[in-house]
Design a protein around this ligand. Structure first.
Ligand code: FAD
Length: 484
């Protein structure tokens, strides 16, 4: 069957991929068309039987369990703006103020991350001196950071090289590596500083030292708090009271039901005159004026590769990592650890399967019924392939074996929900931003095509929402120009 739109009919945009990026792009297209008085038919097709991509909340026995992301950063405005537009602002909730700290595993013991430590670097003196996460020599090397001159060479650098150069090897293996793996499920030896943590590059450039920059920022922040009566409106991490999938549900309400095509995998994309034809795996074809590819890089590559070999090569250079999450619910009496933090991360040198574990019910309100607790363990990174070869029972057994002594767990979980995300985490390798700029240039040559999503300029939900918004406005501009 071929679906077409004739002249005088509404223009059509097909959005491929119904993860957060595809849904936000569809919503912004519908919203923007309304504002511009454009008649637009939006179709959003996803290969799977549900929408939301990596975002999925399981609710069972009073537990609210995030299979994928459990929160987003409040410092990037697009996440909050999206929730506000969707009428979800009063459903936003920050981390519990009593437990805003994390732990790190060292020689089988969970030690608190020193107060004032920002991802890679300390900003406070005392907590850093007294921690036993680092050896005295490691601390000395870290403190020397203020005397290390900024890098002279231009261009990108790996996160590992940056941390080693400024703070020494111990900070890398004991702190930066597990923090980075907890966010990107990736090896800092391969990740691009510019693409993942540009703020550190900027701090080095403007202040000559990360510690100095962080201390200045802290002083400014405490001055701001002293002069402001209310303090910051939100904490660093935000979630929705009934779980992250609430965001997906709210987006689905904004998109007409007839626009939603689940179980619809795009397999081809052809240019026909000034229109596009998208082919799907069931043999169906849809003609469109414009197409938004809100897909992982490899799926986008399969569709765009025929149109440009350069584009195919650049998209091939964006690899993906795998991660599994395991939500584990217990009676409070089964866990002896006070769970007085947001969770812990595990350095690779500790040689565990676990990457990290969130104390979900300590982190956010409403995740577990009274007298119950919810934990969420992560397995992935370099262990992913080995772990993914295990059955669900085997993987759960291995995680439980590692968690038991660390958290003093007795008995079996009341509920266990395992979720596997194979090839779901884009890895921004060295030179990623140059690659993305080259992709943008190639896309400029394809009128009516836009790409968006976690493959390009940020893996976080606010980044995906921003990229979806940009793709939607590019395509609306194109459609408006076609109509006029
Ligand atoms: C376990 C985990 C935890 C995370 N935690 C956080 C967190 O706490 N905070 C945060 O901000 N971010 C987090 N992230 C990252 C964030 O969730 C993702 O970057 C974001 O959800 C990606 O959205 P997306 O729409 O770009 O891609 P996806 O969610 O991957 O969606 C892509 C969609 O495309 C579909 N698709 C693929 N190929 C085709 C095709 N050929 N045709 C049609 N459809 C196709 C897929 O079925 C999928 O639904 C986490 C990610 C994971 C996996």
């Amino acid at each position: 069957m071929i679906e077409t739109t004739g002249s005088g009919m509404p223009r059509r945009v097909v959005v491929l991929g119904g993860g957060i990026t595809g849904l936000v792009a569809s919503y912004r297209l519908i919203q923007g068309a309304g504002e511009r008085g454009l008649q637009l038919d939006v179709i959003v097709a996803d290969a799977s039987d549900r929408f939301g991509g990596s975002i999925e909340t399981a609710r069972e026995a009073g537990f609210v369990m995030e299979r994928g992301p459990d929160c987003f950063l409040s410092t990037k405005p697009e996440g909050i703006a999206l929730c506000r537009d969707l009428g979800l602002e009063n459903r936003l909730t920050g981390t519990k103020s009593a437990h805003r700290r994390s732990f790190i595993l060292r020689n089988g013991r969970l030690l608190p991350v020193p107060k004032g430590f920002y991802l890679l670097a300390p900003s406070s003196f005392l907590p850093f001196v007294t921690t036993s996460i680092f050896s005295p020599l490691g601390k000395l090397r870290m403190a020397m950071e203020i005397f290390i001159p900024p890098r002279e060479e231009e261009g990108d650098e790996t996160l590992a090289s940056f941390v080693r150069r400024r703070f020494g090897r111990e900070t890398l293996v004991r702190m930066a590596q597990p923090m980075i793996a907890g966010i990107y499920s990736a090896d800092p030896e391969e990740l691009s500083l510019e693409a993942t943590m540009p703020q550190f590059h900027e701090m080095e450039r403007t202040h000559g030292s990360i510690i100095r920059a962080l201390r200045k920022r802290m002083q400014k922040e405490s001055k701001r708090q002293a002069t402001s009566a209310s303090g910051p409106r939100y904490g660093l991490f935000l979630t929705l009271d009934s779980g992250m999938e609430t965001m997906v549900d709210a987006l689905l309400e904004k998109i007409p039901a007839e626009s939603l095509r689940p179980n619809t995998r795009a397999v081809s994309l052809r240019c026909e005159g000034n229109r596009w034809r998208v082919g799907f795996d069931g043999g169906e074809d849809i003609e469109a004026d414009a197409v938004c590819l809100a897909l992982p890089a490899n799926s986008a590559r399969n569709l765009l590769g025929e149109l440009s070999s350069n584009l195919a090569d650049r998209l091939d250079e964006i690899p993906y990592g795998s991660v599994a999450t395991l939500n584990l619910a217990f009676d409070r009496s089964q866990v002896t650890h006070p769970l007085d933090g947001m969770g812990f991360v595990v350095p690779a040198i500790e040689g565990r399967n676990l990457l990290a574990c969130s104390f979900s019910s300590s982190k956010f309100v409403g995740r577990a019924p009274e007298k119950k607790v919810l934990l969420r363990a992560f397995v992935g990174g370099s262990h992913a392939e080995k772990a993914f070869a295990l059955s669900d029972d085997e993987m759960t057994g291995q995680v439980m074996e590692e968690l038991r002594p660390l958290l003093g767990i007795r008995g079996e979980p009341e509920v266990a929900v395992l979720s596997r995300f194979r090839g779901a985490m884009a890895q921004y390798r060295l030179g990623h931003l140059d690659r993305v700029r080259a992709i943008d240039e190639e896309i400029e040559n394809l009128p009516g095509i836009a790409v968006a999503g976690s493959a390009y300029r940020g893996v976080g939900i606010p980044d995906c929402a921003a990229s979806a918004g940009e793709a939607a406005s590019r395509l609306l501009g194109y459609i408006a120009a076609c109509v006029s």
